[in-house]
Write a protein that binds this ligand. Structure first.
Ligand code: ADP
Ligand code: ZN
Ligand code: ZN
Length: 726
């Protein structure tokens, strides 16, 4: 290596010669690489291509330095981005997640990036294809082509570039008009619209909007606790207005886009330029939305869980709709909670977050009780709709057909006669959860899992809902060989068949993962239902996710008990949320609604409390019990899971972790025990649960874990704040 020439020693800072790079591998720490001479080094947050092991990989530059403690460094092969790909605030979030979720930085950064960016796609915004006028007037007699195009756009509103070309306008004319500032371009499937007028807010809405607007520019978490149909979405829309007027951006998280097309539509109708991030986007489209949000040209982004990682040029507000929803928690890989990250990001950026729900999570209620979150209440439905009334059907001794009790059949008939729509909820897809031999009691089991096969009729098959295995339906018993197999229990397909026999003239819509394979199908189905004609709907929890069915007058919950039987400590909370949300689909417009609940345990305290004092009453009691039992949210929890084809390998690893944690005497360690579903896809699953007196104690313990060498052969993970303790 050549000696540096003397004149290089000036006051100007020396260019960095070393880049620290986080690579997408399950390894902690960052790696040093040399920046080759005569090449511009990466900026922090830029993607770089580097040799790693025997392969090339794409990592993120996380730091720059003049020297390294290591010798024999490899060179960076390519600096992919001239600008940063991961802006400061996301880099900050990534570092925070590394500490909180005990997950390697390189993998955190890889999770955060859209797939196309991870694979090295160029970070360039593709030219737009929607065009509209940027001002009211434009006169240029010397450029008749420009004048004609401007006038066309002014009368027709936003148009696609290709449609303008089809009208014999030229791309070059568009570009000239854009240069003159007379038109603007926009790439989106949604044209820019003139805002629809606001509803006049109710006093409760107004109070909430004022509180949120007063907190703009500061960190605050608002729990918008509003009964179903109380106008939470209207509050989001109006609270956003001053943010957008100041040129700032808004991020809206929703549980599942396909299930809430109306919500998305309302944002589009009010604010036009909405970037929607959903699972059906191509990698290219997703990256484009990402880049546009980053550059600041996209004022509103609506998306599901991973949209929490969208970069913004100037973010002003975050909304998390249906904050209690389980879909905000990633259940594999990096097990983050988008709701919790929303609060973290807002804190770092000094801006408010709205967490909206009719059934807030006990975590959020706990935070309200400790004055960490502000409580904004919308106790009544907007627009004069009334809350539905609740009724119980005691199923003990009641005769039934395909899961429908005689009283329920009567009520359904009444509502159909009055031209209402009826929604039936059963949280099980398929025809029946078990296929049983009447002669010997044998049940069809999955060969790969400790689970029963679900019997499906359309198409006919036995399917395992855990590993996806499908086999033909056997004609004879697998044990005694008798042709005496019968389906036991209820699923959506069976309810559908039963309804078709009882109400042959009424159209039936089944809404579950099997019936609605594409988002488009689902939206078409919702549109048909919302024409308002008499109809029966049967579906799973997909029906509970915020969809608005204005003509539903009866909601029936066919088997309320199923959810309460689970050993998971969150089961009562989840079931109460589900029942309340499904019930909330009833009577959302002028016609009052009724909710009928079938139960074999009508005295179940959770159920009676819910019916008598609503979700708030239930939540108060349930939270008290959690606090008494020393469970989350009162005490933080983590779950270490391990699975292997050899069960003893998994337990040996967990026992080693338990031994390492034993020095932290304040940690409660439970296990290792087999997971309630102990074998899935032929792998044996075990878990070790940690409960700590405080967050720092939990993190101290988890940070101390050092996996032994043999851990590499085993799939294991740390889940901080697990949603499913099963
Ligand atoms: P939520 O999000 O709480 O379920 P929505 O925002 O969907 O409630 O509101 C329910 C219905 O009430 C919608 O049809 C909405 O347009 C209407 N609505 C909301 N706020 C008002 C208001 N202030 N005046 C009249 N109608 C309203
Ligand atoms: Zn048998
Ligand atoms: Zn299986």
């Amino acid at each position: 290596m050549q000696a540096k020439p003397e004149h290089a020693k000036t006051d100007t800072p020396q260019p960095a010669t070393i880049a620290q790079v986080a690579v997408p591998r399950p390894l902690h720490g960052v790696y040093d690489y040399k920046i080759p001479h005569n090449t511009a080094g990466p900026s922090i947050g830029a993607r770089v291509r580097v040799p790693f092991g025997r392969a090339m990989t794409i990592g993120i530059c996380t730091g720059l330095a003049q020297e390294s403690a290591h010798k024999k460094l490899k060179d960076i092969v390519e600096v992919i981005d001239t600008q940063t790909m991961v802006p400061d605030d996301l880099m900050h979030l990534a570092h925070w997640m590394t500490g909180y979720y005990h997950h390697p930085l390189g993998e955190v950064l890889a999770t955060l990036l859209p797939a196309a960016a991870r694979k090295g796609a160029v970070a360039q915004i593709a030219p737009g294809d929607w065009w509209c006028v940027a001002r009211d007037e434009f006169t240029n007699p010397r450029a008749p082509a420009q004048q004609a195009l401007f006038d066309y756009l002014k009368t027709h509103g936003p148009c696609r570039g290709k449609d303008l070309v089809a009208q014999n306008f030229k791309r070059s004319t568009l570009r000239n008009l854009a240069r003159a500032g007379a038109v603007e371009t926009w790439q989106s499937d949604n044209p820019i619209k003139t805002p629809t007028p606001d509803n006049v807010p109710t006093p409760a809405q107004e109070n909430a909007i004022n509180a949120i607007v007063a907190s703009l520019g500061q960190f605050a978490v608002h729990l918008l606790d509003g009964v179903t149909g109380s106008g939470k979405t209207e509050v989001y829309l109006q609270a956003m207005a001053p943010v957008l007027a100041q040129g700032q951006q808004v991020l809206v998280l929703v549980p599942e886009i396909a299930l809430t097309p109306q919500t998305v539509r309302r944002f589009e109708e009010r604010y036009g330029r909405v970037g929607v991030l959903h699972s059906n986007l191509s990698d290219h489209e997703r990256l484009q939305t990402w880049l546009k949000a980053k550059s600041g040209t996209l004022p509103v982004v609506i998306g599901t869980r991973s949209a929490i990682f969208t970069p913004f040029n100037n973010l002003g507000l975050i909304v998390v709709d249906e904050e209690h929803d389980s879909s905000y928690k990633q259940q594999d890989g990096l097990r983050y909670s988008a709701r919790d990250l929303a609060a973290k990001r807002a804190q770092h950026l000094n801006l408010p977050v709205i967490l909206g729900s009719a059934t807030p999570s006990l975590e959020s209620i706990y935070n309200v009780n400790r004055n960490r979150y502000r409580h904004l209440l919308l106790p009544h439905r907007a627009g004069g709709a009334r809350m539905p009334s609740y009724h119980l059907v005691d199923m003990r001794g009641e005769s039934q057909t395909d899961g429908l009790s005689v009283p329920l059949q009567h009520i359904i008939r009444q509502h159909l006669r009055a031209a209402g729509q009826v929604l039936l909820f059963i949280n099980r897809r398929g025809y029946a959860p078990t296929l049983l031999c009447k002669a010997c009691g044998w049940q069809a089991q999955c060969s790969e899992c400790d689970a029963k096969m679900t019997y499906h009729t359309t198409p006919s098959a036995l399917r395992c809902h855990h590993c996806g295995l499908r086999v033909p339906v056997p004609q004879t018993c697998g044990q005694c060989g008798q042709p005496s197999l019968m389906p036991v229990g209820m699923g959506t397909q069976r309810t559908e068949a039963g309804l078709a026999r009882l109400f042959p003239d009424v159209p039936i819509y089944r809404i579950d993962r099997d019936s609605t394979r594409s988002n488009k199908q689902l939206v078409q189905q919702f549109d048909k239902i919302n024409t308002g004609a008499t109809a029966l709907m049967v579906g799973t929890q997909m029906l509970a996710k915020g969809h608005h069915f204005p003509n539903v007058t009866l909601v029936a919950i066919l088997n309320a008990d199923a959810g309460f039987c689970s050993p998971d400590f969150r089961a009562p909370e989840r079931t109460a949320q589900l029942i309340t949300q499904v019930a909330g689909r009833a009577g959302r417009a002028e016609r009052p609604g009724e909710v009928w609940i079938q139960s074999y345990q009508p005295e179940n305290p959770v159920l009676t409390r819910l019916i008598e004092s609503g979700y708030a009453g239930f939540a108060e009691l349930e939270l008290k019990q959690r606090i008494q039992a020393g469970l989350p949210p009162a005490k933080p929890m983590a779950l270490i899971r391990a699975e292997a084809t050899n069960p003893s390998a998994a337990t040996t690893l967990l026992n080693e972790f338990k031994r390492q944690l034993a020095v932290f005497t304040e940690l409660e360690l439970l296990g290792p025990v087999p997971a309630p579903l102990a074998r899935v896809a032929n792998r044996s699953r075990h878990q070790l649960m940690l409960v700590a007196p405080s967050r720092p104690k939990l993190h101290q313990g988890l940070a101390h874990l050092s996996p032994p060498k043999q851990a590499r052969q085993i799939r294991w993970s740390i889940d901080v704040d697990p949603y499913d303790s099963l």
